[in-house]
Design a protein around this ligand. Structure first.
Ligand code: AMP
Ligand code: GLY
Length: 423
């Protein structure tokens, strides 16, 4: 069969590599892909922010299955348009994706369905948000309602910071566009956990858990990023807790969406805080995580394509998942300056030597391939990913491999997995 993957980051490289492993794939296309994805799929140019352009690719390629990676095409209604045309597609409709695209809508949904979440207030003016601040102690969290590419959340230690964040979001100073809705919410303390489930609209099947490292700097310091590294082990979540999260968070979300007649088909990413009061939802995403997917899919031992098709065809409960025991880790190599401005076009060397390290897979997030040479083209450039019998072994391989790679201005965190290693 012919499969089309939409997107062009590390997540899509990991998706393409996993789909490629299925014996049923005859043709794998990625739009737009990137320099590294080109070794796993045929890359075709496309603008991920242009619905018409994405539909053009779909029309030209006529895939048997399309898998949507990023959130923007979901928010544009790509899945709705494809369903209208009778084309099989993995991903939620625009309405179902509101679990991610509107944080206010998502918070109200959680409340309607008794899904554990922090206290919050949705505010539609600066004045309203300032009054809401009186109801919370600091630190307090101020969030933009809409998609903000990871830049819409401000953790405020002091009231003054919260007032500034509120003003910045409503005026447009913070994100470059003015928000019409801002959420003020209770700050939760604990460890974060990315808990992803696949769903066919009725049934939810969990993937292995992962922990992301969102801050740029070692020791979880510096600005928030899309994710600087991630690891996955079985021991990070005991089976009882996994079942609790499935039955009190993920499955109620899937059931709630079905009950509200916006069934959720795709992958529901539950961003959780493991608090003293139990797991609580920080956010839902309507897509695979990046870089979580890189660490999760290298542990998958069964056929990803089968599972994605089962979701689209509404028969996920019959699908068997097998996972490699042990651990995986992904260390992100980024361009100096990320998550702010950075220079692109830097020559990347050492990729072949890095790929020789046993149990390592290198996923490209932002690279181009010109004349046989890879160059940087993004803030996050590579996700150097390894598996191992335990976390220490997986990390040792990932760090051995990344140590062989070089580009000017390359930065990476040397402490991925530090919380787990300390335990
Ligand atoms: P979000 O996009 O909502 O997941 O927020 C991005 C990051 O901000 C999360 O991964 C957390 O690290 C942090 N965050 C968001 N909401 C809260 C909260 N209520 N309490 C503490 N940290 C939060
Ligand atoms: N790694 C965080 C995310 O995908 O949203």
């Amino acid at each position: 069969m012919k499969v089309l993957v939409i997107g062009g980051g590390g997540r899509e490289h990991a998706l393409c590599a996993a789909i490629r492993r299925s014996s049923r794939v005859r043709d794998l296309v990625c739009a737009p892909g990137n320099g590294g994805i080109a070794s796993a799929a045929r890359c075709v140019p496309a603008s991920q922010k242009d619905l018409g352009d994405l539909l053009r690719v779909v029309n030209e390629e006529q895939p048997d299955l399309t898998v949507v990676g990023p959130e923007v095409p979901l928010a544009l209604g790509l899945v709705d348009e494809m369903k209208r045309r009778g084309l099989p597609v993995f991903g939620p409709t625009r309405e179902a994706a509101m679990l991610e695209t509107s944080k206010a809508w998502a918070r109200r949904f959680m409340q309607r369905h008794h899904i554990p979440a922090p206290n919050y207030a949705v505010c539609s003016s600066r004045q309203e948000a300032l009054s809401a601040l009186d109801l919370f102690h600091c630190p307090v969290v101020v969030k933009a309602d809409g998609l903000a590419a990871g830049k819409g959340v401000v953790i405020c230690e002091r009231r003054q910071d919260a007032e500034q964040a509120i003003a910045g979001l409503f005026s447009g100073q913070l994100l470059g566009f003015a928000e019409t809705s801002v959420i003020v919410e209770e700050h939760l303390a604990g460890e974060e956990l990315s808990f992803l489930v696949l769903s066919d609209g009725k049934h939810a099947t969990p993937l292995v858990p992962a922990q992301d490292h969102k801050r740029l700097g070692e020791g979880d310091t510096g600005p928030n990023t899309g994710g600087m590294g991630v690891y996955s082990t079985d021991s990070m979540l005991d089976p009882k807790m996994r079942d609790w999260i499935l039955h009190h968070i993920a499955q109620p979300a899937i059931d709630g969406m079905a009950a509200e007649e916006t069934p959720f088909v795709g992958v529901l990413y539950c961003g959780l805080m493991m608090t003293a009061r139990g797991p609580m939802v920080l956010e839902f995403n309507a897509r695979f995580g990046d870089p979580e997917t890189q660490a999760i899919l290298v542990r998958l031992d069964s056929d990803l394509l089968e599972a994605l098709e089962a979701c689209v065809e509404g028969r996920l409960s019959d699908t068997e998942f097998r996972w490699k025991p042990g651990a995986s880790a992904c260390v992100v190599a980024a361009s100096e300056g990320y998550p702010g401005n950075y220079t692109a076009g830097r020559l990347i060397t050492g990729l072949e030597a890095a790929a020789e390290v046993p149990n390592v897979q290198i996923f490209h997030a932002g690279t181009t391939l010109d004349d046989g040479q890879y160059r940087t083209s993004g803030g996050r450039v590579l996700g150097v990913t390894a598996t191992g019998p335990d976390l220490r072994a997986a990390l040792a391989s990932a760090y051995e491999a990344i140590g062989r790679i070089h580009f000017e201005g390359m930065i990476y965190r040397r402490d991925i997995g530090h919380r787990a290693l300390r335990r």
